[in-house]
Structures are given as C-alpha cells and as structure tokens.
Write a protein that binds this ligand. Sequence first.
Ligand code: SF4
Ligand code: SF4
Length: 384
Amino acid sequence: MGVPLSQMWTVASYVLKQKLRRRKRYPLVLMLEPLFRCNLACAGCGKIQYPPHILKQELSPEACFAAAEACGAPMVSLPGGEPLLHPQIKQIVDGLVARGKYVYLCTNAVLLKDKLDLFTPSKYLTLSIHMDGQEDHHDFAVCREGVYQQAVEAIREAVGRGFRVTTNTTLFEGADPNSVRAFFDEMTDLGVEGMMVSPGYAYPKAPDQQSFLNERRNVNNLFEMIFANRKRRWKFNQSPLFIEFLMGMRDYECTPWGNPTYNLFGWQRPCYLIQDGYADTFEELMNETDWSSYGRASGNPACQQCMVHCGYEPSAVDHTFSSFGGFWATLKATLFNRYANPAAMQRLEEEKGKPHGPDLALHTITIDGKSIASLIKEKETEAA
Ligand code: SF4
Ligand code: SF4
C-alpha cells in the first residue's frame, strides 16, 4: 500500500461518519491554492496565465486555516503555482498539521532542497513532487532542461531525512507507456512512498491545447498498458478503484464537490479544473452550486472527456464505502493488483517502435509542411 494505515483509518472513519449522517455531498480533499505564481512555465499550465497583479498576490496563513476549518476535509492539498514561493509556507504547513490535516505539499521541487529545513518530517506532511515522467519527458513537459535532475536530488534528500515523499504525474497525449513504467522503476528505486498518476485535462486557458488526452478510449488504452502486468514493488498513492477506472474496468460519474478548491478568488465553482464563478463561503459553494450541470451525465461539453483524479478519485473512494460490493472490490484490487493481461503486454511491445513525447513533437510539428525530424535529417544528410 502507498498510504500509511493511520491516514487510511482517518479517511475511512471520516467517510463513514459522513455516510452515517446521510450527508449527500461531502469534501474529501481541500485543494488549497495559496498563490498562482511559479518558477516554471509549463506549456500545459492553466495557473500562470493570470496577469502580474494577480500573480503577485497570495493567501495569508489565516485565510488558509479558515478555509481548511470551513471545509472540514481530512486531507489538504497545497498546489499552486509553486507553494514554496509563498513567504509564509512554513506557517501554513505547520498550522494545517497542528489542525490534524494530512497535508500534500505539491511542488516542482526546484527549490525543495534549499527549503527542506523549513519543515519537520511528520506522518501528516507529504511532499508531493510534480514529475511527468523520465528525464526527457519531464524536462519537455516543464519546458526546461535540468528540472528532472533537480527533482531527483531533492527527492533523495527528502527521503533520506525521513519525509513522506510521493510523486504526482500528469500524462499527456503521446505519453510512452514503456517509459512511464520505467519511470515507476526509477521513482521506486528512489524510495518514494507512492505515486499518483492522472490524465491531463484540456484547460481552456492552456496555450498548448493539442497536448491533452481528449478521448476517453485513448486514456483507457494508455492506462491499461501502464497498469496491467504490474510490478509488485510499485506503490500507488491513490484509490485502486480509480486506477481500475483509468484502465477502463469500471465507470464512474464525477464527484466535483469531492475536491473543492479555495484560492485568491474564493471557492471555485464547480471544481479544480473549470471556473464557473466563485462562492464567498464553503456553505454557499456546497448549497448554491447547480451540481446537476456538471459531470458527463449532465451533457456539459467541458466534462465529456474528463477523467481527472480530482473529479473521479472521490467517486472511487465513495464507492468503497457505499456498499459491501465497493468495499470488496477495493480489497480485491488491493490484494490482487498484478492485472495479468497478455493483450496489453503485446500492445506495450508494439509501442516500442513508435515515436512518443519529445520524439512525437519532432514528428508532428511542421515547418513549411515538413516535420522537424525530417528537416533535421535533411540537414544531417547535407552536412555529411
Ligand atoms: S510547475 Fe505546476 S504551477 Fe508551475 S508552471 Fe508547471 S504546471 Fe504550472
Ligand atoms: S467532469 Fe471534470 S471538468 Fe467536469 S466537473 Fe468533474 S472534474 Fe470538473
């Protein structure tokens, strides 16, 4: 298992309490964005597009604590932007831990080694490192060379000092399933506690719209190759039923209120991914949002291809605790998690001969009708 028993127990008892209270909608993870600015400029990012006067602002520690208390979720994820750029990130993390929250500090790790002294290892604090694959793939995704190596050094240091460390990976169109599996080996060798993987979502503001996985069947196909025929030593820090959902083994409807988002503008409607306005209070978000307008069944075009963890992981967790069948499915998926599948293994072999990631870009981006790869080849031939 990629999650310690004490955290599993806290989450399980929280969800069961909500069920006993017959609470129809409850939050599982608060997505708390203390700022939007970042020290990277990834092509797929929907946060760093804000104007400079917004990027300069940040939430105060008090505003963060008030949001965590109003929401009541047992886990708080601190994405951004880059939260390590927040001048009071230590106070924010310490204050949330003191309130008994399981905190996931999401970072691109560029500053992590220098900032580790700010934090104290604790079962409540997990450093969740943004890693989008092996070195070439990650540096391509974050649009800067050397970031993968910086992150690897930071992970080594943090694991060595006794911190809980996980990785979070977003996979885009052109992801190489063989490389992703090799990446799992690399992260496992580094000693991370668990890995989280999600398909990307087409942010309306993202400059590189074509890079997102936009067909659910492509997502299922990719994730089946990645997660079937699994190595025993790989650990995942996410619901096993969510992984089965990504592999196409089960279907869920989105739970947009499961991971509510609070940031500089207030409580974001309806979810972490799309912005249909903001509520001033958590109560207003939960009680006055027209939830029937979201999720695939609603017909909302923005939701049709979405399979992102912040909408569907809460659905998987709710399934676990909603019935004996859900609990049994989770137990089975936890104990028998190899998913032997010769057909998926065969497809994985076939993928080895195809271009992916940075290579795929070389083959699909054209200048005057010619791919960059063919232009490079022409130049090499001329030079020879
Ligand atoms: S590291 Fe995260 S917040 Fe920063 S630019 Fe990349 S995706 Fe955006
Ligand atoms: S389906 Fe995706 S985009 Fe739509 S509400 Fe759910 S999480 Fe948000």
